[in-house]
Design a binder for this molecule. Structure first.
Ligand SMILES: [Zn+2]
Length: 123
């Protein structure tokens, strides 16, 4: 098997370091060196993509939704933040909004619980 010079296209030996025709250096080790680098870059891309999809308003909404459920909505702000972040998270179409939906639902439920508690106390 033979390969071709990258500069002049002349047929050269597989293990040739320099082209016989034009003397261009044939960087033999580059393909094997590039492959792990490319793989690393792909892993980083996937990691970054997942990080973006999982982070942000959805998670914030989910966390505040849980807090508001645990506190039965008595602190007001967890469910307000949960609802706001949940709506923002759902509106962001570029990211998964399963957590934003869950956060929004929990925040609304805790708001209803709070309203019911008020009604029970007042009546
Ligand atoms: Zn050449």
């Amino acid at each position: 098997m033979s390969k071709y010079c990258r500069t002049c296209g002349a047929e050269i030996e597989d293990n040739a370091v320099f082209c016989d025709e034009c003397g261009t250096r044939q960087e033999m080790q580059q393909p094997s060196k590039n492959m792990p680098t490319k793989r690393q870059m792909n892993d980083t891309d996937i990691y970054t993509e997942n990080k973006i999809k999982q982070s942000g308003f959805g998670i914030a909404s989910f966390v505040f939704g849980i807090i508001s459920i645990i506190t039965l909505g008595v602190f007001y702000f967890p469910e307000i933040i949960g609802i706001v972040f949940g709506i923002v998270g759902i509106k962001d179409k570029s990211k998964k909004h399963g957590m934003a939906k869950a956060g929004l639902i929990m925040s609304i439920v805790s708001t209803i619980i709070l309203i019911l508690l008020f009604v029970i106390v007042l009546v």
